[in-house]
Every structure is written in C-alpha cells, then in structure tokens.
Design a protein around this ligand. Structure first.
Ligand code: NAD
Length: 545
C-alpha cells in the first residue's frame, strides 16, 4: 500500500498528519473505541477501525483498486481510523458512466417520486444522526453537539427540498389569441459536488437534495480528510429509494478534481472550500462550459458598538469565534470594537479563557482539535506573526495541553490585538483565533469591513435600530447579522456570500439552488380554435362558395 501523505503535504498548505499515526483503536478512549467499532460494523462505506473507505458507484459500495491511499487519523489522538483511496481515473469514469446511465430514467421520473425520496431521506437522516455525528467527531474533531448541528443544517436543506413540486412549477401565459408560451424547468444532467473538511455532513447536503430532486444525477467528492459522514449519507440515500447511479461517491485529491472539471459529461460543479482550489476549479470548470458555483474563504467581522448588550455581545463573539475551533467559514474571526466597547477587552479575554478544549466526546467540551498537525503549525505561525509585526497576543493558545490527549492537534482560544496591515488580519486563519481591531466610529468600522476583500458574513451588536440599519445598508457583505453572530440563512433563502468569498453566478440552495440545477425550456404553441374537432356540424346544403 502506497501512502501519499508526503505528496499531499505539498498540494495542501493546511496539510495532513505529520505526527506519527498510531495503529487503529490504540489511542482512542473506551467510549470512542466503542463508537468506532459500532460505526465500522454498521455501515458499508466507512471504517473507523483502520479499514478502507469505499467508493459508491452504480449503487454498490466498492473497494478502490488504487495504489495511493491517504491515512486518515483522529485529530485528537492520531489514531488511524481509515485509509481513503485516491480513486483511479478508471473508477472516476465508471462513476460518470453510472451517473449518465441513471440520468436517462431519473430525469424522467415523476416529481412526486423525487419528493418522496427527500421525505424519506429526511426521516432516515434524523434516525441515524448519532452515527453521522460520531463519524464527524472521530474524523473531523468537532464536539458531538456541534457535529449534530453540522448535520441539522444540512437536514434543513433536505426538508426544504421536500417542497420540490412547488419549486419546479413553471410559467404559462397566453401570449396571443390561441397562442401560449410556457416554461418547464429541466435538469442539467450529471453534476458534481466537491466538498471541504469543515462540515462533512452539511456541505454534501447542500448539493445532494437540490441536485437529485431537480432530476439530476450527482458525483460527490467529499473531503479526503473526513469522508465518513458522506458515506453514511450515501447509504441512507440508497435506503431512501434512489436507483443505482443517481448518487455516486468518489474520493481523491487534485487528479480527480481535475477529471471532474475536464469531463464533458459533467454539466455543473458545486464547490465549497478554500480560495486556491476554488479559483482553480472555477476557471477549469468554466473552460469546459460548465456551470460552477464556488463558495470560498472568509474573514468575518463583528462590530461591537458601545451601546450593545455587553453580555449577549461578548458571549456571541466567543461562541462564533471559537466554536468548531474557528474552522467555520462563517466564524467571526475579527472583532471591531468601537469607542468605549474597547474597555471590554479584558472581559472578552477572561471569557475566552473559560472555554474547555478537549476531545469531542468528552463531557463539557467547547472546542475540539484542529484538523491536522500541519493546520496547527500554520495557525501557531500566524499567532506568532502578530508579535513579530508589533501587535499584542492577549491570550495565547499555542502549546495548549489537554490531559489524556498528548498528541492532539490542540490550539487553545487565542485573542490578539492587531491592525489591518498585519498578516493575522489579512489571511484567513481558520483556527480558534480572534483578531481584535479598534475603531473610533461606526463609519470607521464599516470602512474597515468594506476594504476587506472577503464578503461572506458580518454582524453588528447594538441596541440602536438606526445604527443597525445604517450598517445593514452600507456594509458590502452578503450575509449580515444584527445581534446574531453567525447569520447563515436558513435554506428557504439562498447563500449570499459575496466579493472574494464567492465565484459564479448562481448561489447555493433556496430558490437559487433550484435555478442552479435546472435549465428552462420555453415552448410557444399555436392551436387555432377554428381547427378544433368536434365543432358543430353544418347541415346546410354545401354550395361551394
Ligand atoms: P480545500 O480548498 O483545501 O479543499 C476543498 C476541496 O477541494 C477538497 O475536496 C479538496 O480535495 C479539494 N482540493 C484541495 N486543494 C485542491 C487543489 N489544489 N486542486 C483541486 N482540488 C483541491 O478546503 P478545506 O481546507 O477542506 O476547507 C476549508 C476552506 O473552505 C476554508 O477556506 C473555508 O473558508 C472554506 N469554506 C467556505 C465555505 C463557504 O460557504 N464560503 C464553507 C465551508 C468552508
């Protein structure tokens, strides 16, 4: 078996395990071990006990024939959980062939059949939420409660997709006497979804229900760092009644992603991940005429006004900055403290200190490890850069130790005071690090945010409606919270991150999601009323006039 970790380290700046991976089960607590064993025994596509993650092609969970395998280690203990295949091009081609074949019938299936699939899937996801959350805790590291939230936010997309018959209603109008024009919304064909590591359930579920209920077939490439949740979801899709080939899962890295971009049978790509991969996929996918929606990186600012409810503002800030160890694209990574709110910094630091960092199944854990030793090194480097560039480290999470877990990728909650020219402000850190910036006025705070290249999310904490309204109108960010820290819209709305946080024309889920996965066909018909058969017969003697 050939391991590809060293090559992957070059491809992925956030990186893979550099610490020695421990044998299966050896480093897990009794609780985690029991859960890992149950997971491996209960599901066809994933392993948490050192087996191989399977491919899902044409309705079968199959072993990859690749010679390149990626070791996936639990980020709290470095225990080997599974080997993830870097799929071969032949396997990828099989998945495309299966999806193309399935499209012929699935695209013609009744919308009620597809609605029933969504209804059944939502029931099965609820019933199996513990298994999915367990896989996420083991592979990704977030807490069990947070992993349940990861699934729930995806489940809400499934629930919205159960309304697909209404969402697919077309238009019809009589444009002239006896002439009608109507549109129908039709699927595109085989689509692909490429997902990041930080929401292993939610992000595959941004695509699966939308693509499938609109009549498309899908090839999903989950993150190679935590594909377990996607494999369980695939099995549940099968149980929910989709025919073979409607959903396929392939694993891998750059070669498979490039094959997705280049394959002419694939009509659309949904990508969520970092800037580098996203820009590459957007350009390469567009070059072959595909629709591409690409959600990218972020730097989300929360403005704290001096009139804010202090307790609510600080608690919201702490939760949004450090939850999921800061590995959320909507995490608040910058706090802009306006005027007297700057005097709350010691309190902010004190509250951040109270958070408990531990393995995700341990009781009372607020945040787990970061995804990999390389990610930890990168985050630590960015914390260090604050000092080097003249800023202040107010709370330092480097060298954080968790009793009983000496090898985890731990970074404790960190608060730094910086300016907008420093690296820690300019780069996406994607770790539990809150950058604090000071501003004299609301106008200054808005200027800081508008000058930032990203536009994923922002929030303001204030008791003044006028202040909030001015902020909402003037700030150039696509998703805004007023006294709400992580303003991710529910899926009756669509994702609306903007600026450098999005590439493409049509965003994820909601009405836009239906638009992304469909194309309109417009027909104009003329059926003259005088040609209708069954008109009253004439009984007069024909005169041939
Ligand atoms: P990533 O870009 O490293 O990986 C995302 C996907 O792209 C993976 O499936 C990976 O295999 C593939 N990939 C990685 N590098 C590639 C390359 N060079 N060429 C082709 N494919 C490549 O992202 P990640 O580290 O898994 O996720 C974290 C990033 O995702 C953060 O930047 C975060 O802000 C972003 N994100 C954005 C949103 C959003 O909605 N805006 C949501 C979640 C995560």
């Amino acid at each position: 078996m050939h391991r590809v970790s060293s090559r992957l380290r070059i491809l992925h700046p956030r990186g893979y395990a550099t610490a020695t991976t421990r044998p299966p089960l050896s480093g897990l607590s009794a609780n985690a071990r029991e859960r890992a064993e149950k997971l491996s025994a209960g599901w066809k596509g994933t392993s948490a006990t050192g087996g191989n993650t399977k491919l899902f092609i044409g309705g079968e969970f199959v072993e990859s024939k690749t010679s390149n395998w990626i070791d996936l280690a639990d980020p709290a203990t470095q225990t080997l959980l599974t080997h993830v295949p870097d799929s071969t091009i032949e396997e990828f081609d099989q998945a495309v062939a299966a999806a193309s074949e399935a499209f012929k019938t699935w695209s013609k299936s009744s919308v009620l059949t597809r609605q029933r699939f969504a209804l059944e899937l939502q029931r099965l996801l609820r019933e199996n939420s513990d298994a999915i959350a367990t896989s996420i805790v083991l592979e990704q590291g977030k807490t069990f409660a947070d992993a349940q939230g990861d699934l729930l936010r995806g489940l809400q997309v499934v629930e919205t997709a159960t309304g697909i018959p209404t969402a697919l209603l077309g238009n019809h109008i009589e444009v002239s006497k006896d002439m009608d024009t109507s549109t129908r919304r039709l699927p595109l064909g085989v689509c692909a979804s490429i997902a990041p590591f930080n929401f292993p359930a939610m992000i595959p579920l941004w695509s699966i229900p939308m693509a499938l209920t609109t009549g498309n077939t899908l090839i999903l490439k989950p993150s190679e760092r935590d594909p377990g949740a996607a494999m369980i979801i695939a099995e549940l899709c099968q149980k929910a009644g989709i025919p073979p080939g409607v959903l396929n899962v392939v694993h891998g890295t750059v070669p498979i992603v490039n094959a997705i971009c280049d394959n002419p049978k694939i009509k659309a790509i949904s990508f969520v991940g970092g800037d580098r991969a996203g820009k590459h996929i957007y350009e390469r996918g567009r070059a072959t005429g595909k629709r591409v929606q690409a959600n990218l990186g972020a730097k989300n600012h929360a403005v704290i006004m001096p009139d804010a409810n202090k307790n609510h503002a600080l608690n919201s800030l702490i939760g949004a900055a450090f939850g999921a160890a800061g590995q959320r694209c909507m995490a608040i990574s910058v706090a802009v403290l306006v005027g007297n709110a700057q005097s709350w910094i010691p309190d902010l630091v004190e509250r951040a200190k109270q958070l408990k960092v531990n393995q995700g199944f341990e009781q009372g854990t607020d945040l787990g490890p970061v995804i990999s030793p390389a990610a930890k090194d990168r985050i630590n480097g960015l914390i260090g850069s604050v000092h080097e560039e003249g800023g202040k480290i107010l709370l330092d999470g480097r060298n954080y130790e968790v009793p009983g877990y000496p090898e985890g990728n731990w970074v404790g909650p960190t608060v730094v005071e910086a300016t907008t020219t420093m690296r820690a402000y300019r780069e996406e850190i994607f770790g539990p690090v809150l950058v604090v910036i000071s501003a004299d006025t609301l106008d200054d705070a808005i200027s800081i945010i508008n000058e930032n290249r990203y536009g994923n999310g922002t929030a303001i904490f204030t008791q003044s409606g006028a202040t909030a309204r001015k902020f909402e109108v003037e700030v150039e960010v696509g998703q805004i919270g007023v006294n709400v820290p992580i303003p991710v819209p529910l899926p009756m709305f669509s994702w609306s991150g903007n600026k450098a946080s999005f590439l493409g024309d049509i965003p994820f889920y909601g009405r836009n999601g239906v638009d992304f996965y469909t194309q309109n066909k417009t027909t104009t018909t003329l059926w003259k009323s005088e040609d209708a058969i069954g008109n009253k017969a004439s009984v007069d003697m024909p005169t041939h006039h």
